[in-house]
Ligand binder design. Structure first.
Ligand code: SAH
Ligand code: SF4
Ligand code: F3S
Length: 442
């Protein structure tokens, strides 16, 4: 039998790319490849890329440059670009970086083995179609290997919202939900292989409306209740949600479904109605705040996280102050914030841009407030009893590390538990980026 070829995948961007990289590795497993964690001995290098901000996209070209030596030393080495940069730039990538053999967009991963074969024959292989067949259906060669306690599972992909700053509707295409049956089957398989926590993924995951067994569309909440029935699955999370798709049944599930964790990522982007309108967000700061009130009424201890863009075209000091005010009102447990980055082909890229130093200064001020609330949320955990799912051994002997129900990193000294154990822990200390706890029971 011929020796297995080695595949090195480097993943950038969001969790959906992490999930896709796993699927690609499986698809290539069918074509005789095993994964390797270094590019040095690889027969194929695949960059799974992100196009969301300028820096993210530029990274791809500098990374490709770094592989030149490897390619020169081993002309057989195949280099591929997948993900959102592949979708957005297509052939241009091969023009700019001729050593790229293969370009594959996020909806064509099931065609990866064919593309690889084509590249092996010395041809340039490109596929950035949005095919009608479901890429996930043909990606079902899962080896039954054991895996870690947490997993991502994509249930919905694409976006029809067209926020004025965002490339996702162009790189991932329009919204598609996978059927309930397929998702449940995949979740059961994951649980059989050791997974205890599943995070359901979608660019607009709460807009999920996949076909149920009877043919009618199911909501995300209904899907969550179905997954709740799986023995051995202990925790369910989902991300990313859009404020306008936060339906009543989903809010209610946060209060009533014990497996659904008390953490919600609900990006708002800005606290200024003027800017939200220009962003084409179709919600106001006020409607967002009222929504948060309803979510907190259903689940008072829920930890909220958000995304913010500062320095969007025409953002004034007043608009920025509105964002800071909203942050004070919501008190996020976590937040991601970015300087606005112009993206080719999006409406906001055509508008007058703010100077870089204004963006930087606002970002710094916003991050200071976010850090304050983040720390306060974390400190408030001290003295509380929380569930912790242990994911790995810590740096110190006997120490175990996991995530709390609220997604805080928690470490416990001298913990006689295995990876994959969900245990009750009393939080005893709050550090810079994690909590320390004491095991209560197994
Ligand atoms: N679907 C999700 C988020 C997708 S992108 C949602 O609607 O909330 C993840 C985050 O990247 C966004 O929430 C936004 O804060 C940020 N982002 C997207 N485009 C950006 C741009 N052009 N410049 C800076 N940040 C951007
Ligand atoms: Fe991008 Fe807006 Fe769609 Fe989120 S909702 S993926 S920010 S266009
Ligand atoms: Fe990036 Fe594409 Fe995800 S642009 S954030 S990898 S959907």
């Amino acid at each position: 039998m011929s020796k297995a070829k080695r595949l090195y995948i480097k993943t950038y961007g969001c969790q959906m790319n992490v999930y896709d990289s796993e699927r690609m590795a499986e698809a290539m497993g069918g074509a005789g490849y095993v994964e390797t964690d270094t590019p040095d001995d690889a027969d194929m290098i695949l960059l799974n890329t992100c196009h969301i901000r300028e820096k993210a996209a530029e990274k791809v070209y500098s990374e490709l440059g770094r592989f030149k030596g490897l390619k020169d030393a081993k002309p057989d080495l195949k280099i591929g670009v997948a993900g959102c940069v592949a979708q957005a730039e297509g052939e241009e990538i091969m023009r700019r970086q001729p050593m790229v053999d293969l370009v594959v967009g996020p909806q064509s991963y099931h065609r990866l083995p064919e593309l690889e074969a084509k590249a092996r024959e010395g041809a340039k292989a490109l596929d950035t179609d949005f095919p009608v067949d479901d890429k996930f259906d043909t990606l079902r060669h899962r080896p039954k290997a054991k895996r870690g306690p947490t997993a991502f599972l994509t249930v919905q992909e694409g976006c029809d919202k067209f926020c004025a700053f965002c490339v996702v509707p162009y790189t991932r295409g329009s919204e598609v939900s996978r059927p309930v049956g397929r998702i449940v089957e995949e979740a059961r398989d994951l649980v059989e292989r050791g997974v205890r926590e599943i995070t359901l993924l979608g660019q607009n995951v709460n807009a999920y409306h996949g076909a149920g067994p009877g043919g009618a569309d199911w909501s995300l909440a209904r899907l969550i209740w179905e997954l709740d029935k799986i023995d051995g699955l202990e925790r369910i999370r989902f991300t990313t949600s859009h404020p306008n798709d936060m339906s009543d049944d989903l809010i209610e599930a946060h209060g009533t479904c014990a497996k659904l964790m008390p953490y919600l990522h609900l990006p708002v982007q800005s606290g200024s109605d003027r800017i939200l309108k220009r962003m084409n967000r179709s919600h106001t700061a006020e409607s967002y705040l009222r929504l948060i009130e309803r979510i907190r009424a259903a689940r008072p201890d829920i930890v909220l996280s958000g995304d913010f863009i500062v320095g969007f075209p025409e953002e004034t000091d007043r608009d920025f102050q509105d964002t800071l005010d909203l942050i004070e009102e919501v008190r996020y447990g976590y937040a991601y914030s970015f300087k606005y980055s112009t993206r080719p082909g999006t409406p906001a890229a055509e508008r007058d841009q703010l100077p870089e130093d204004v963006k930087s200064e606002r970002l710094q001020r916003l991050q200071a407030r976010i850090t304050h609330h983040q720390r306060a949320t974390q400190d408030a955990m001290v003295g509380r009893k929380v569930g912790v799912l242990f994911e790995k051994e810590g740096r110190l002997p006997g120490q175990m590390v996991g995530k709390s129900d609220y997604l805080h990193a928690v470490h416990v000294a001298d913990a006689p538990v295995e990876v994959g154990t969900l245990a009750q822990v009393e939080i005893i200390e709050s550090g810079a980026n994690s909590l320390a706890g004491r095991l209560l029971d197994k």
